[in-house]
Ligand binder design. Structure first.
Ligand SMILES: C[S@@+](CC[C@H](N)C(=O)[O-])C[C@H]1O[C@@H](n2cnc3c(N)ncnc32)[C@H](O)[C@@H]1O
Length: 395
């Protein structure tokens, strides 16, 4: 996310970002974000080699051919391999052209650059070590690529095994500037969307509680905290939920919390969520993993009272097919890759564009749909600006 707009060559942040978000996207944050992108791109170069995908790229090759040539498991490897090739082609480190059949073909046209990811890590350490957890998670994923793509271990086991817990705890944290911007954007959007009167909040994928902590902080700051009659934090991971409970109870002793295990791919009634019981349903970077997005949106809609609001902070893909840097990590997870696809609004698992989110919500009983900030207005200038909140009202 360079400071300079790709459209004009000038710094257009003040014109394009809402004023209240500008402090979070200052020069220091952007320098860290640029280092993170460069780090991921360099890791991708090394992953091309460690997975053996480079050996298939002497001639124009399709992703499917490269995966077969490298002896990788297609059901796991096709999505991450497509992303690797698209990311490297976006840097022009490898060539790409569409074949007569429309399928993309990749080719290593000249020696791949010898770029050391560690060099960037050191620059980040000197610039702002608080962001290092994001780099650690990317390195953890890169190290597991060969085993996951060969089908020797699942991405879930690789990333959330014993060695992954501490890095994730440090990553999903408001002490990590690269992660906390999602919480900030989501909290501002949610505080503004809060319906009048008493409000019962349900959070899905509440993780370790950093999203709830930020939202409660924003509600306190804007004078809305007294309106919150209950805050129900739910999460699929019992370990994360336990930590969230401990953290939130200590930081917000006045709040009326409830904590429950909830898998967003299952009926919400199983977690004791009554129909029409919530005025706001909130989530940070979770809805995109819904296996069947229509079914989950149906559950979310049922949980909301009449005119209740849905606010989901999300990493939003600026344009269809643009590879996002975070996908180096999340493409290893089957929950991210394998979704029920729906023409028009669910063309892939994982991250969606603003238009796809709007169509998904409109098709599943929501209205007044907004994306905050307006990614569609920002993306030509800053295609790396991907943090947003999807806001919609129950129709
Ligand atoms: C981006 S994290 C959110 C982190 C959280 N805001 C925090 O502060 O720690 C997304 C969360 O969604 C959870 N998650 C993943 N799949 C889920 C599912 N099917 N149902 C519910 N939660 C899920 C993950 O365990 C993770 O904690």
């Amino acid at each position: 996310m360079p400071i300079i707009s790709q459209r004009s060559g000038r710094d257009e942040r003040a014109a394009l970002y809402p004023a209240e978000l500008l402090p979070f996207f200052d020069d220091s944050f952007i320098a860290s974000f640029d280092f993170f992108e460069e780090y991921v791109e360099r890791l991708t170069l090394s992953v091309l080699r460690t997975t053996g995908l480079d050996a298939a790229c002497g001639n124009d090759t399709t992703v499917a051919h490269a995966v077969a040539h490298a002896g990788l498991r297609p059901e796991v490897a096709l999505v991450p391999a497509s992303w690797i090739f698209a990311m490297l082609a976006s840097r022009k480190w490898i060539g790409v052209r569409a074949g007569a059949d429309g399928e993309l073909r990749y080719r290593i046209e000249r020696a791949l650059p010898a770029l050391d990811a560690e060099e960037i890590l050191e620059k980040q350490r000197a610039h702002d070590p608080r962001c290092l957890p994001s780099f650690e998670i990317a390195a953890l994923a890169a190290a597991h690529y060969p085993a996951v793509l060969r089908g020797q271990v699942s991405g879930e086991q690789a990333l959330f095994g014993p060695e992954g817990i501490l890095p994730w705890v440090k990553y999903f944290s408001n002490d990590n500037p690269i992660y906390t911007v999602s919480n900030k954007v989501g909290a501002i959007a949610a505080a503004r969307a809060l319906p009048a009167g008493e409000a019962a909040i349900l959070e899905i994928g509440g993780g370790l509680g950093s999203g709830a902590d930020t939202l409660l902080g924003e509600l306190e700051r804007t004078g809305h905290a007294a309106k919150i009659s209950s805050y129900h934090v739910t999460e699929i991971s019992p370990l994360f939920l336990k930590r969230a409970q401990r953290n939130l109870a200590a930081r917000h002793p006045q709040s009326r919390f409830q904590f429950s295990a909830l898998d967003i791919d299952r009926p919400f009634a199983q977690a004791g969520i009554a129909p029409a019981s919530c005025s706001l349903v909130y989530g940070v970077n979770v809805l995109h993993v819904a296996h069947d997005l229509a079914a989950t949106l149906g559950e979310l809609r049922s949980a909301l009272s009449e005119s209740g609001m849905l606010v989901m902070a999300e990493c939003v893909r600026p344009f269809p097919d643009t590879p996002l840097h975070l996908e180096l990590v999340f493409n290893l997870l089957s929950s991210f890759r394998d979704a029920v696809l729906v023409p028009g609004w669910r063309p892939n698992g994982g991250f969606l564009t603003p238009e796809q989110w709007a169509a998904a919500l409109a098709a599943n009983g929501f209205e007044d749909i907004r994306i905050y900030p307006d990614i569609a207005a920002i993306r030509d200038a800053y295609p790396s600006f991907v943090v947003a909140a999807i806001v919609a009202r129950r129709a």
